[in-house]
Write a protein that binds this ligand. Structure first.
Ligand SMILES: Nc1ncnc2c1ncn2[C@@H]1O[C@H](COP(=O)(O)OP(=O)(O)OP(=O)(O)O)[C@@H](O)[C@H]1O
Ligand SMILES: [Mg+2]
Length: 256
C-alpha cells in the first residue's frame, strides 16, 4: 500500500518542517510507526529528530545518486521515539538538485509497508528534489500561511503537482492544505483563507489549522517533540492529533 506524503511549498519558512514533525510526534504518541524523509539539504529536520551529521555515513544522497535501492544502514532511529525512523539529509543533496527523479520512489517502495505513513519534508523549491518527492508520493500535503505573501506562488505548486501527475506519477493526489501560523482572530487571515478556498476548493483546506505558538520554535531549539511538552503545549497537541487522524484517513481511503 502506498503511504507516502510529500509536505510541500516552494516558499521558505511556512511550516513544512513543523507540520512534518508535528505529524510524526502525533503518530508516535499513539504508537504508530512512521518514517520521516528529510529531503532538504539544510537537514534541519534530521537534526531536530536527534540525528547528528556523520560525514562517513551513507545518506539519502547516495540513494538519489546511484541505482542502489536498499535503505539498510541509511535509515536511523530518531531520538524522540522508537516509533519514528529518519532518512537523514545531507548538504550534498544540494548538488543533486538536477538529478533523476524516480530513485526515491523505488527506494521508498522497499520500506513503505513497514510504516503507517512516510512523510517527505521537502525543501523550499519546486526543483527536482520536490519533484522526486512528489514522484515518490501517493499524496501531496501543502502547507500554507494565510497571508498575502503566503498565497503567492500557490498556482506554481499546483502546476508542478499536475506536471508530475502527468509525467511520472498518475496516482498523485493533493491530500489537502494545512494552514499554519493562524492567529486566533484575524480578518486578514480569514480573507486569505477564503481566497485560498477559491483556488483549491473549500474542502481541500484541512481543519483544524495550526495556531501560532512559541512552543513550536522552542521544540526545534530543544530538539524535542511537541507531545513531550504535555500540558505546556495543549492546543498544538490537540491540533496535530487531529491532523494525524486525517492523514490516516486519507491513506486508508486511498488503499481501499
Ligand atoms: N505555528 C507556528 N507557530 C510558531 N512558530 C512556528 C510555527 N510554524 C513554524 N514556526 C517556526 O517558524 C520557523 C520556520 O518553520 P519551518 O522550519 O517549519 O518552515 P519550513 O517551511 O520547513 O521552512 P524551510 O522552507 O526553510 O524548510 C521555525 O523556526 C518554526 O519553529
Ligand atoms: Mg523545512
Amino acid at each position: 500500500m502506498r503511504r507516502t506524503l510529500a509536505i510541500v511549498n516552494q516558499k521558505g519558512g511556512v511550516g513544512k518542517t513543523t507540520v512534518t514533525l508535528g505529524l510524526a510526534s502525533a503518530a508516535a504518541a499513539v504508537g504508530r510507526r512512521v518514517l520521516v524523509v528529510d529531503l532538504d539539504p539544510q537537514a534541519a529536520t534530521s537534526w531536530v529528530l536527534g540525528i547528528d551529521p556523520d560525514p562517513s555515513a551513507r545518506t539519502i544522497a547516495d540513494v538519489l545518486d546511484t541505482k542502489r535501492r536498499d535503505l539498510d544502514g541509511i535509515i536511523c532511529r530518531s531520538s524522540w521515539s522508537e516509533h519514528i525512523d529518519v532518512l537523514p539529509s545531507t548538504s550534498r543533496l544540494q548538488q543533486l538538485e538536477a538529478g533523476p527523479s524516480k530513485r526515491l520512489r523505488k527506494a521508498l517502495a522497499t520500506v513503505e509497508d513497514d510504516y503507517e505513513a512516510v512523510f517527505v519534508d521537502c525543501p523550499p523549491s519546486l526543483g527536482n528534489l520536490t519533484r522526486s518527492a512528489l514522484t515518490a508520493s501517493r499524496h501531496a500535503l501543502l502547507v500554507v500561511e494565510p497571508s498575502a505573501l503566503g498565497l503567492r506562488g500557490i498556482g506554481g505548486i499546483a502546476d508542478v503537482i499536475d506536471d508530475v501527475w502527468d509525467a511520472t506519477n498518475p496516482d498523485l493526489e493533493l491530500a489537502g492544505v494545512v494552514l499554519n501560523r493562524v492567529p486566533a482572530v484575524s480578518r486578514e487571515a480569514e480573507r486569505r483563507t477564503d481566497e485560498l478556498a477559491r483556488i483549491v476548493g473549500r474542502e481541500a483546506i484541512w481543519s483544524p489549522a495550526v495556531p501560532q505558538r512559541v512552543v513550536f520554535n522552542q521544540a526545534v531549539g530543544e530538539r524535542r517533540s511537541i507531545h513531550s511538552y504535555g500540558s505546556r503545549a495543549p492546543d498544538p497537541i490537540v491540533v496535530f492529533d487531529a491532523l494525524w487522524r486525517r492523514v490516516r484517513g486519507v491513506i486508508q481511503a486511498a488503499g481501499r
